[in-house]
Design a protein. Structure first.
Length: 816
């Protein structure tokens, strides 16, 4: 199953790039036929009025059979509908004719291979292929169709088609996969809207459910994103329980070619055609992760997806088969610890932010308050759980479950609260645990407070021995580092260049002190970092920057011109960057408009090249450890240059990771493994680069990002939009939609690949640059690390904001 849910767009592209060898000898193309007319399959085809779609006979590659189908006219090799999928032609000798009231496909001997089975008679009949890809049978000129191919989908849902139940027509429209990429006959998988309970989108393999979207609960599907328009498509769900109607559909936006496809392996993808790259791009794929496998944790189990699908029993339950559970065979599910749940003081335990259970065996009351909902469930011993549904016209309704709770998973956004019936003993244990927790917390806090006081006092004593003292000379630094070839400036020259560090020449303030603009007697402009005495940047950090950057030469790295040590003064001299740092433009309400898409993309490429040089191509292998937009300087031509190497570290040829007790860096850019465990590697820089990339395309900061609909940071928001297929909504409004959607989506996807939780999942910078500069297919990103601000403790956040140093400590708060 792991291969099935990788969701790489390569598979979907290869699927459709190898299936068809269309006949190129057809000589006549019309858009309609009338009664008495026919089409010769060997030489003729129907083509829609604007030449968007074609109806004809095709032969899948490697197959001896032929089929009547519809495909895109200007997009290579993409079939969207097949008429005779289970009754193929043995050759292309076929005719499409009227016979009675129906469209009929005849083989070379006159045998009927397929018929439309139109339900009513017409006076003046015509068959036309519309520009929507819909083949219709109607009275000439009428918009009332006696029959249409949209009512009988194959494996593809086009814009305007409907999926689901409709009592008026008596149709249950669903997709059926191809048997394999070269065989359009009915495959093993179906995808449709099921109404055994609240409507929900379900994939089945034969009779077995393999994937279930959350049930529709008024405004959205539980555990899924809102149905809202994007720059590419506008989805819609039309549900009326009284009329027994539940129809999913969508419309394409901005003339995009969009389709939904159920693949032969059971994956459901929404794709759109990238014209400049000429490939189908997957906006989303379902199932999306291991927790999407139906019933993976069994009855009364809850799935959490991190790097893998992990199962837990609901509160008040335990594994049904403990031995299997220990061996990670958990589909057997869970059973109650205490079965006294009827009239014995029982109550409910809340499970927050989950996809609602399978909705079969449920009851909905739309005129019931939350309190009445709980009371109704409590008074019915058969009621296992209840939840609240949001009604389309406002207000709330009550949902109660009476069957075993199945297929529940934790979700990052758009989850609901599920209240599960538990025995009184489970409620008592919770109260006891709470009392113990309060006592332990008070004692722990007092102990922790004492530890912090001792730690701070000890740290102050230690830091006194780690600052640069007047006794340390420039000559001593050069002598200790044999490879350093760096000019030494005298203090008088620098004071003259900066007008004695005048305020008018001050161009910035970093964590380690102010930065000044200066001008040497020769006319060269320079930037001087004046290390503050109490900044915390000690001898090691200063030497680190001098020795490392002096050995690095790359057009995307800032150039260190020299340094100065004189008594209390410690100074670094850099080439001057007239456009300051990237954040000076990116987060300014006016200046960000000067960063058009091409400039932003060039900056992304430049940063990636500089970082690749540090990681692979320089004489040293360098991990920067403090990459952020304020450390990306811009020259007069807006070329990016990575700066501030005080925290950088060298790696040996065979070294992959290192660990430190002193975590340094900046909130919002540090990778999880570094912030939490002090483990850093080349992939730590990749994570920081991913944050920068997403900040560049969105024009928003990761830290401090705010959205009215959720508490996610920028990474979580970007991942949410991507997973919903709405990634282009992330783009900076200052770009005014003046960008290539395919290029922008590619950048967002690469950014999300870089910020994945596991360092093993992140690409190398060589791979990143290759992905940016090519049109190769990309893998689907997994959950990012640190996707919500709540993952940091408030205490650490306030300390970080108050600190004048880049050194921080991070605490992760586990929500569950």
């Amino acid at each position: 199953m792991g291969e099935l849910i990788c969701r790489c767009k390569l598979s979907s592209f290869l699927f459709f790039s190898t299936i068809i060898a269309l006949f190129s000898t057809k000589s006549l193309a019309i858009d309609s036929i009338k009664a008495g007319e026919s089409i010769n399959g060997s030489t003729q085809m129907l083509i829609s009025p604007a030449k968007k779609f074609v109806l004809g006979i095709f032969n899948p590659q490697g197959s001896k059979f032929h089929y009547l189908g519809i495909w895109y006219n200007n997009i290579p090799q993409t079939v969207v509908w097949v008429a005779n999928r289970d009754n193929p032609l043995v050759n292309s000798s076929a005719h499409l004719v009227f016979k009675g009231e129906n469209i009929v496909l005849l083989n070379q001997t006159g045998g009927i291979l397929w018929t439309s089975n139109s339900p009513r008679s017409l006076k003046e009949r015509e068959v036309q292929l519309l520009d929507t890809g819909n083949l219709v049978l109607r009275e000439t000129g009428s918009q009332d169709y006696a029959w249409q191919s949209f009512d009988y989908p194959s494996d593809t849902l086009l814009p305007g088609m409907k999926l689901g139940w409709d009592s008026k027509t008596g149709l249950n429209r669903k997709l059926t996969s191809w048997k394999n990429p070269n065989d359009p006959s009915s495959g093993d998988y179906t995808y449709g809207v099921e109404m055994d309970g609240l409507p929900q989108l379900v994939v089945r393999k034969g009779p077995i459910i393999t994937f279930r979207g959350g049930p529709w609960y008024g405004k959205r599907f539980s555990g899924s994103g809102d149905l809202r328009a994007t720059a590419i498509y506008a989805p819609k769900f039309d549900y009326n329980g009284d009329e027994h109607r539940a129809l999913f559909s969508y419309e394409a936006r901005n003339n995009f070619s969009v389709r939904l496809v159920l693949g032969a392996a059971g994956l459901f993808q929404q794709l759109y055609w990238v014209e400049d790259g000429e490939y189908w791009y997957p906006l989303y794929t379902l199932p999306g992760d291991g927790c999407d496998v139906y019933g993976i944790c069994g009855e009364f189990g809850v799935c959490t997806f991190s790097l893998t699908a992990e199962c837990d029993c609901m509160d008040g339950f335990e594994p049904k088969w403990p031995d299997d559970w220990e061996m990670f065979r958990r589909s057997g599910g869970c059973v109650r610890k205490d079965n006294r749940t009827c009239g014995n003081g029982e109550g409910f335990k809340r499970i927050s932010s989950v996809k609602f259970p399978d909705s079969s065996g449920y009851f909905v009351n739309v005129n019931m308050s939350i309190q009445d909902c709980e009371a109704a469930c409590l008074n019915n011993c058969s009621c296992l759980a209840y939840g609240i549904m949001e009604l389309p016209n406002g207000g709330y309704g009550c949902v109660t479950w009476f069957h075993k709770l199945m297929d529940v998973k934790f979700v990052v956004y758009n989850g609901q609260d599920l209240y599960v019936r538990v025995a009184a003993s489970e409620l008592d244990s919770t109260n006891k645990k709470l009392k113990v927790a309060v006592s332990v917390s008070v004692a722990s806090f007092l102990g922790f407070l004492g530890f912090v006081i001792c730690f701070i006092l000890g740290r102050r004593r230690k830091d006194r021995g780690n600052v640069i003292t007047p006794e340390i000379t420039a000559g001593e630094i050069l002598a200790q580092e044999n490879d350093v070839e760096m000019p030494i400036y005298d203090l008088t020259t620098i004071e003259a260049a900066t007008d004695n560090f005048s305020f008018s020449n001050k161009i910035g303030e970093g964590g380690f002190g102010p930065v000044y603009k200066g001008k040497l007697p020769c006319g060269q402009e320079i930037a001087i970092k004046r290390l503050a005495g109490g900044s915390g940047q000690g001898q090691n950090e200063f030497k680190n920057e001098v020795t490392l950057i002096s050995q690095l030469q790359h057009r995307n790295l800032v150039k260190l011109l020299g340094f100065c040590i004189h008594k209390e003064e410690t100074l670094l001299v850099y080439e001057y960057m007239p456009n300051k740092s990237l954040d000076h433009f990116l987060f300014d309400n006016e200046k960000r408009y000067s960063l058009n898409w091409q400039k932003r993309f060039d900056i992304i490429i430049g940063i990636s090249r500089g970082l690749l040089y540090l990681h692979r191509d320089s004489r040293l292998r360098i991990i920067h450890r403090d990459l952020k937009v304020s450390n990306i300087l811009l020259d007069s031509e807006m070329n990016p240059k990575i700066s501030d190497f005080g925290m950088a570290r060298m790696f040996g040829e065979d070294q992959t990771t290192a660990k430190t007790k002193r975590v340094v860096g900046t909130y919002g850019y540090m990778s999880p493994e570094y912030a939490l465990d002090g483990c850093f590697s080349l992939k730590s820089d990749v994570f920081s680069f991913g944050v920068i990339l997403l900040e560049i395309v969105s024009g928003k900061k990761n830290r401090g990002f705010f959205h009215t609909d959720h508490q996610l940071n920028l990474l979580g928001h970007a991942w949410k939009l991507w997973d919903e297929g709405n990634a282009l909504e992330l783009m900076d409004t200052a770009l005014e939609n003046k960008f290539q959607p395919s290029e922008a989506l590619r950048c967002i996807q690469i950014g999300l690949l870089c910020v994945q939780l596991s360092p093993d999942d992140r690409p190398t910078m060589w791979s990143v640059l290759s992905m940016l500069e090519s049109e190769n297919m990309l893998s689907y990103p997994k959950q990012p690390g640190f996707y919500t601000e709540r993952m940091f403790s408030r205490t650490d956040k306030s300390l970080a904001e108050a600190s004048t140093s880049n050194e921080v400590t991070v605490t992760l708060v586990h929500g569950r």
